[in-house]
Design a protein around this ligand. Structure first.
Ligand SMILES: *Cc1c(COP(=O)(O)O)cnc(C)c1O
Length: 446
C-alpha cells in the first residue's frame, strides 16, 4: 500500500496531552517580576481562558470541539504515505513513512492549532487577533482560521521574510489579514528596537514583542502563538494520533519518529502520542532535527528565559539560545526561533528525544532527492526532517527498520530558496559560537 487514508469519521475526537506522562514533569512558567509561578489571571490579558485552561491542564485527553473538527475536515485526516521511491533511490531496507501535513489549505501543519485558537477566541467574544510570523506559514494559517471564524487578524512579519516572501503576504491578505513588517514603527517595542538596530532583519523574538504589545493595549484584541506553548503541542497531537491509527492499518510500528524543530510543535505533534508506548517499554526513538545556524536544542541552555526580545513574556523553562539571539538569515525561516517548546525540552532532559543538528546544504540536497522521488517539493524546514530520515535509514541500510517522519509542509511558496540553492548561493553556517555565548549571558537569573 502506497498511502493510508482515514475516513472523516475516523478523525480523532480528542487531543492528547503529554504533560502528565512526562517522567520528570514540567516546570511552570514564572512571572518575570516575582519569579513565582504565573497564574492564568495575568495571562488572561493576552490569551482566552479556553486556551489558558489547556495550557495549564494535566488531563490526558481533551475533546476537540465540533466546530473545530468541522474546519479541520477540510483537509484532515491527512494521508500517511510510504516513501517507496525514496527507499529505492537510497538502497535501504528501511521502510520510510511520512505523514503528509502539506495537504492543508496553506500547505503546512500550522492550521491544526490556528483553527483551534481562533475558535476559542471567538467563543469568548474576542474581535481581533495579533500574531507574529517568521517565514509566513503561521501568519497564513492564522489568517485562514480568523477568516473562517470572522475575526480580524494583524500579523507582524519578520522583516527579512516580508521582503523575501511576498507570496505569503499575498496569502494572508487574501484571507483578509493586515501584514506589518517587524520591527515596525507602530509599537513602542518596535520603535525601540529600530532605534538601537536600524538595519536589523528582524527576528521572531522581536515580532512577538510587537504582537503582544498590540494585544495588551486593546480590550478587543488577544494574541496567538503558533508554536512552543503546551496548548499548541496539544492541538498538533492530532498528527501523531492519526499516524498511529494509520501505522496500525499498515501493520507497522515506528522504530524511529523524526521531525524538524523550530519551536517544536510539528515534531511534538507527531511524536508525543507515541511517548506512552515508549514508557510502556516499546523500543522507539524520537529524533528532533534543527539547523546548525540556530541550534537551540544542541547548543542552547536548558533554563528559564523570555520568549521574546523585549522581555515581556512569562519565563519559560526551555532549551534556549537566549532571547537576544538573532539567527543568521538562513532560508528555513520557520526554524529560526531562539527557544524550544518546554515539552520538547523536557523530553530531551528525560533522554526520550535525541536532538540532531544539520547543515542547510545537506537538507536542501535531501529535499531535492525527495521531490524527485516522491513528487512533493518540501518546505525548507521540512528538508531538515527528510535529511534526518535519510541519515537514520542509511545508518545501517541492511537493517529492516521502520522510520516515520513528519512532512510538515510543502515548499511551493519557497521556490526562491530552491533557486538560490541551485545557483550555488546558499552556504553552510557553523553555529555562531560567540554570538550564542553573548546571548546566553543575558539569561534572566531565577
Ligand atoms: C513553522 C514550520 C516549522 C517549524 O515549526 P514547529 O513549531 O517546530 O513545527 C516546520 N515546518 C514548517 C513547514 C513550518 O511551517
Amino acid at each position: 500500500m502506497k498511502k493510508i487514508v482515514l475516513r472523516d469519521d475516523e478523525m480523532p475526537t480528542q487531543w492528547y496531552n503529554v504533560v502528565s506522562d512526562l517522567p520528570g514533569g514540567l516546570r511552570p512558567p514564572l512571572d518575570p517580576e516575582t519569579k513565582q509561578p504565573m497564574g492564568p489571571e495575568k495571562l488572561a490579558a493576552v490569551f482566552p481562558m479556553g486556551l489558558l485552561e489547556q495550557e495549564m491542564s494535566d488531563q490526558r485527553f481533551i475533546d476537540i470541539p465540533e466546530p473545530v473538527s468541522e474546519v479541520l475536515k477540510i483537509w484532515r485526516p491527512s494521508p500517511l504515505v510510504r516513501a517507496t521511491k525514496l527507499e529505492q533511490a537510497l538502497g535501504t531496507k528501511a521502510k520510510i513513512f511520512f505523514k503528509n501535513e502539506s495537504v492543508s489549505p496553506v500547505g503546512s501543519h500550522k492550521p491544526n492549532s490556528a483553527v483551534a485558537q481562533a475558535y476559542y477566541n471567538k467563543r469568548e467574544g474576542v474581535k481581533r487577533l495579533t500574531t507574529e510570523t517568521g517565514a509566513g506559514q503561521w501568519g497564513s494559517a492564522l489568517s485562514l482560521a480568523t477568516n473562517t471564524f470572522g475575526l480580524e487578524c494583524v500579523v507582524y512579519m519578520v522583516r527579512v521574510s516580508f521582503e523575501q516572501k511576498p507570496y505569503r503576504k499575498s496569502v494572508m491578505q487574501t484571507f483578509g489579514a493586515k501584514v506589518i513588517a517587524s520591527p515596525s514603527s507602530e509599537t513602542n517595542s518596535g520603535r525601540a528596537i529600530r532605534a538601537k538596530f536600524p538595519d536589523t532583519p528582524g527576528s521572531l523574538g522581536m515580532a512577538i514583542s510587537e504582537a503582544l504589545e498590540d494585544a495588551a493595549s486593546r480590550e478587543d484584541t488577544k494574541y496567538a502563538l503558533g508554536s512552543v506553548l503546551n496548548h499548541v503541542v496539544l492541538h498538533q497531537s492530532i498528527i501523531g494520533l492519526e499516524a498511529k491509527k494509520q501505522m496500525k492499518i499498515a501493520g507497522e510500528f515506528p522504530d524511529v519518529v523524526i521531525g524538524c524543530c523550530g519551536g517544536g510543535s510539528n515534531f511534538a505533534g507527531l511524536a508525543v502520542p507515541f511517548v506512552p508506548d515508549y514508557l510502556d517499554g516499546k523500543k522507539i526513538r524520537f529524533v528532533g532535527t534543527e539547523p546548525a545556524s540556530c541550534p537551540s536544542m544542541t547548543a542552547g541552555a536548558l533554563a528559564y528565559d523570555f520568549g521574546d526580545t523585549a522581555q515581556t513574556t512569562p519565563l519559560l523553562y526551555m532549551h534556549t539560545l537566549g532571547h537576544d539571539f538573532i539567527p543568521p538569515g538562513i532560508h528555513a525561516g520557520g526554524l529560526r526561533y531562539h527557544g524550544m517548546a518546554p515539552i520538547v525540552s523536557a523530553l530531551i532532559r528525560d533522554k526520550i528525544v535525541e536532538p540532531m543538528r544539520l547543515h542547510q546544504l545537506e537538507c536542501f540536497e535531501a529535499g531535492v532527492l525527495f521531490a524527485r522521488t516522491e513528487g512533493i517539493i518540501p518546505a525548507p524546514e521540512t528538508c531538515h526532517a527528510i535529511r534526518g530520515a535519510i541519515i537514520e535509514a542509511m545508518r545501517e541500510p541492511d537493517k529492516p527498520q521502520t522510520i516515520l517522519f513528519n512532512l510538515s509542509g510543502h515548499g511551493l511558496i519557497d521556490m526562491a530558496a530552491y533557486d538560490r540553492y541551485f545557483a550555488g548561493e546558499l552556504h553552510d553556517y557553523d553555529y555562531p559560537e560567540e554570538e550564542i555565548a553573548a546571548s546566553l549571558a543575558t539569561l534572566p537569573t531565577v
